[in-house]
Design a binder for this molecule. Structure first.
Ligand SMILES: [Zn+2]
Ligand SMILES: [Zn+2]
Length: 122
């Protein structure tokens, strides 16, 4: 149990320390540095549990892989269809207020698709 919660803690910490919206594989590579015994299946299992508890967001952006987000306050995403980069976009205060009046379990995912700066310049 001790081991289990330490792995979960490492996943939460990894997501809290990044704004890059990593995939499960990327989180696995990072967590492995501190928990060398962790498996990709364990990372997936923990991510699924954390998502269910509302601790992390699962994003279904342009590529076929799910991305994870440690920022659970309402915000939108800008997704690059070429390189798959996902960045945060702030939401209008009126919209956040309206969202806060919806049911607590209400889920939304607001993604905009546009080439990122790097891809536009190449
Ligand atoms: Zn790009
Ligand atoms: Zn985000």
């Amino acid at each position: 149990m001790q081991n289990y919660s330490r792995q979960r803690e490492a996943i939460v910490r990894t997501l809290a320390n990044t704004v890059s919206h990593p995939t499960a594989e990327e989180i696995y590579a990072e967590v492995k540095k501190n928990c060398p015994k962790i498996s990709l299946a364990t990372v997936y299992r923990n991510l699924r549990m954390l998502a269910k508890e509302g601790e992390v967001l699962v994003l279904h952006t342009s590529d076929d892989k799910e991305h994870y987000d440690g920022t659970v306050t309402p915000h939108a995403h800008l997704c690059c269809p070429r390189c798959g980069k996902v960045s945060d976009l702030p939401l209008d205060a009126e919209l956040i207020k309206a969202l806060s009046e919806t049911q607590p379990e209400a889920k939304f995912e607001l993604n905009f698709y546009s080439l990122c700066k790097d891809c536009r310049n190449n």
